[in-house]
Design a protein around this ligand. Structure first.
Ligand SMILES: *[C@@H]1O[C@H](CO)[C@@H](O)[C@H](O)[C@H]1NC(C)=O
Ligand SMILES: *[C@@H]1O[C@H](CO)[C@@H](O)[C@H](O)[C@H]1NC(C)=O
Length: 394
């Protein structure tokens, strides 16, 4: 009797599992069947729009499949709300931008996701072909368009990006604005070290964003963190060339949301302009930076390994003689080691109006190959713990 009821129980359980999985079956939309051309020549923009529309309108789980090949895409927007409760882009191919930089250059964004939820991008490569626009800008021509962000998520939640490669963006590579619950993992970003404004990943007005196990080589910040960022986790990111991992620029506006609870763990910087940087304009602002944890970073020949710069005023425009209103507090640097390419390995240049408080250096060892490394502190209050090299000026 006991055996029969347990057998019935097992049968019932198996049936439940089967129904569960079959009701969760994924409907796959292949962009080829919507007319996409894998030859990199025919315009695949309408095909991608139509594949998205079909996936978005479908009930249940959906996937948009992009097989191997090159797909020419102009500027396009994938918009919510969707009926489908999750949409996965399975990309085996490369999405390429038009050769003429003017086409994307006037659009702000190449690939834009707006108001979506539970969207995942797995694999794939994005080639924005930004080189000719950089060349235009580097020639100091005034006739170059601003350029487009490669991939943008706005007002979206539960976003996953795994194993994507983004190459040669015109401007920023990946931007999250107004997003919640984002995980970017094993992403590769590649652009020339002298390419202008090609930030790797920019986060603003967003919470619960994680960026892990990624490799970023670019011409501007590897990761830049803007106003309104909360609960950001960055772990095992390799940066260089690039301008480092930066909180800022902040304080451009008088009314601005703060940045709180940012962790950067086990980052490796190689040949970068900065390592761990917090940067604000020398202008009045009600913004702030609170609770930052920089843990276990390695610096290889980094110009400014540890830097707080509250006197940012490019070209001395609209800010000379002004003072930053951004309040920076509770920032821990723990276990930061390696080499500085300049003598000043640690620099805290804080606001005279809102001095930095709660700055903590714990077991920091930064050396400079040809000279004795130094630290410099202005309006910075805090303490040191363990051994600090160069000796903390706090
Ligand atoms: C800080 O953010 C992390 C996620 O990045 C979260 O797990 C943690 O609870 C937050 N801590 C505080 C004090 O808000
Ligand atoms: C700091 O790093 C240098 C170079 O790697 C090393 O020789 C030195 O022993 C380290 N100092 C401490 C206190 O760990």
């Amino acid at each position: 009797m006991a055996n029969l009821s347990s057998l019935l129980y097992i049968v019932f359980f198996v049936l439940c599992v089967i129904t569960h999985y079959s009701s969760n079956a994924v409907t796959v939309y292949n962009v080829i069947s919507f007319g996409a051309k894998a030859n990199g020549i025919g315009d695949s923009t309408p095909a991608f729009i139509n594949a998205w529309a079909a996936a978005c309108a479908s009930t249940g789980s959906t996937a948009i499949k992009v097989p191997k090949g090159r797909y020419l895409l102009g500027s396009l927007a994938f918009k919510g709300d969707c009926k489908s409760f999750d949409i996965t882009f399975q990309i085996e191919g490369t999405l390429v931008a038009p050769a003429d930089y003017g086409v994307l250059g006037k659009a702000k964004i190449w690939l834009s996701f707006e108001g979506v939820s539970h969207v995942t991008i797995v694999g794939g490569a994005l080639d924005a072909r930004g080189q000719s626009l950089w060349a235009c800008k580097l020639a100091a021509s005034n006739n170059c368009p601003t350029g487009a962000t490669t991939l943008s998520f706005a007002d979206s939640n539960n976003i996953r990006i795994n194993g994507l490669l983004s190459r040669n963006s015109q401007m920023f590579h990946i931007v999250f604005s107004g997003c919640q619950n984002v995980h970017v993992e094993k992403v590769k970003i590649i652009a020339a070290g002298d390419s202008p404004n090609t930030d790797g990943i920019h986060v603003q007005l967003s919470s619960n964003v994680a960026i892990t196990k990624s490799r970023i080589r670019t011409g501007d910040d590897c990761i830049s963190i803007g106003p309104g960022t909360k609960d950001l986790w960055i772990e095992r990111v390799e940066c260089g060339p690039g301008h480092g991992i930066s909180i800022g620029s902040l304080g451009k506006d008088t009314e601005e949301l703060g940045v709180q609870n940012v962790t950067v763990k086990k980052a490796v910087f190689t040949g970068t302009q900065n390592g761990l940087r917090i940067k604000s304009w020398a202008r009045p602002s009600n913004g702030f930076v609170q609770r930052v944890r920089f843990l276990g970073a390695v610096m290889n020949n980094v110009q400014n390994p540890i830097l707080i710069d509250q006197n940012y005023c490019p070209h001395n425009n609209n800010c000379p003689t002004q003072v930053s209103g951004i309040k920076i507090s509770d920032v821990i640097y723990r276990g930061i080691r390696g080499t500085s390419a300049t003598q000043t390995a640690i620099k805290f240049d804080c606001s005279s109006k809102k001095p930095c408080t709660g700055i903590r250096l714990e077991n920091v060892n930064l050396t400079c190959p040809d000279q004795v490394a130094q630290s410099s502190c202005t309006n910075a209050i805090g303490r040191t713990l363990g051994s600090i090299q160069p000796n903390g000026c706090l």
